[in-house]
Design a protein around this ligand. Structure first.
Ligand SMILES: NC(=O)c1ccc[n+]([C@@H]2O[C@H](COP(=O)([O-])OP(=O)(O)OC[C@H]3O[C@@H](n4cnc5c(N)ncnc54)[C@H](OP(=O)(O)O)[C@@H]3O)[C@@H](O)[C@H]2O)c1
Length: 286
């Protein structure tokens, strides 16, 4: 892409792991795009980053993954600015305690974590080139997630179990990441997934009366946001070194900088193809 400027895009850079990712990448010499929904909160993060990293090119753009219109607007802004994606770190995610719908009528956990990410990747592909890297964030909860063709039809009458919705969204991201890696292999665009581990952020708050107790007992034992960000940062920086053994990998999921062994049920070609078809059908026309 001649005349285009390379950028690293980080979704959900306003807090938690995403904020730690941009803090670690701010000095890497590539323009950083913070893709965030809360502009006021994110502007404060950007101001501190700029203060700590004089000369770093950091740009804040609005992206609400709960709205396909916002995702389209974000992608068209990047295209208009003639940006070329070096790395897209799909970090943003939610674990809502209550049932709700996205602007496009999907259950919020699945809509934001998986469908929003899927659409964003699709729309940003034209801005990628051989060597571009997509990093999708999963969680160990994927193990208990269940995928089926009706999962995109919201069921407000059913008892909402947030952990199962979250696990389903993360399993979908993992299965989809393997399928996308295969579909993009001919173009040299790489796709990896990362599991940050259990990290002390707002996401894991139970929003219950016993939070102060679990915070005091449990949070000191788990990862800091910086530790949770480490694998995504490592893979992004390794991607900048053509001689690195990590700079050409695709279709893998990393945890603690190591490729994970994935169960056959996740790698299964049939479920990968089915998920792709269910997803494109769900998104079509919205
Ligand atoms: N924490 C853990 O133990 C853990 C474990 C495994 C995986 N993960 C994954 O790691 C990622 C980061 O989570 P975290 O722990 O850092 O959580 P967090 O502190 O709650 O941060 C989540 C980020 O996502 C953003 N976000 C939420 N909804 C959005 C939307 N509709 N559009 C755009 N951005 C949105 C948030 O923006 P606002 O600031 O506007 O809310 C925030 O920047 C998630 O994908 C999560 O599933 C976390």
């Amino acid at each position: 892409m001649s005349g285009s400027k390379e950028v690293i895009v980080v979704t959900g850079a306003s807090a938690g792991i995403g904020k730690a990712i941009v803090q670690s990448l701010a000095g890497c010499g590539i323009r950083l795009i913070m893709a965030c929904r809360n502009m006021e909160k994110s502007a404060a993060v950007k101001a501190i980053l700029e203060q700590d990293n004089p000369g770093a090119e950091i740009e804040l753009l609005n992206l609400d993954l709960a709205s396909f219109a916002s995702i389209r607007q974000f992608a068209s802004t990047l295209a208009r600015k003639k940006y070329s994606i070096n790395t897209l770190i799909n970090n943003a995610g939610v674990l809502p305690g209550r049932f709700s719908l996205t602007r496009d009528g999907f259950e919020t956990t699945l809509g934001v974590n998986y469908l929003g990410l899927f659409l964003l990747n699709e729309l940003l592909l034209p801005l990628m080139r051989p060597g571009s890297l997509i990093i999708n964030t999963i969680s160990c909860s994927y193990i208990i997630g269940r995928l089926n063709k009706d999962m995109f039809i919201p069921n407000p009458g059913a008892r909402f179990m947030s952990i199962f919705s979250y696990a389903r969204s993360k399993r979908a991201i993992l299965v989809y990441s393997l399928e996308l890696a295969e579909r993009l292999s001919g173009q040299g665009i790489r796709v990896l997934a990362t599991d940050p581990g259990i990290v002390s952020t707002k996401l894991i708050a139970m929003k219950r009366w016993f939070d102060p107790l679990t915070d005091a007992l449990f949070r000191p034992l788990i990862k800091t946001p910086g530790q949770g960000a480490d694998t995504a940062v490592f893979l992004t920086l390794e991607a900048q070194k053509p001689a690195s053994e990590y700079a050409h990998l695709s279709g893998l999921c990393f945890k603690n900088r190591k490729a994970m062994r994935l169960p056959a049920k996740i790698r299964d070609k049939k479920i990968r193809k089915e998920l792709w078809d269910w997803t494109t059908a769900a998104i079509q026309g919205r």
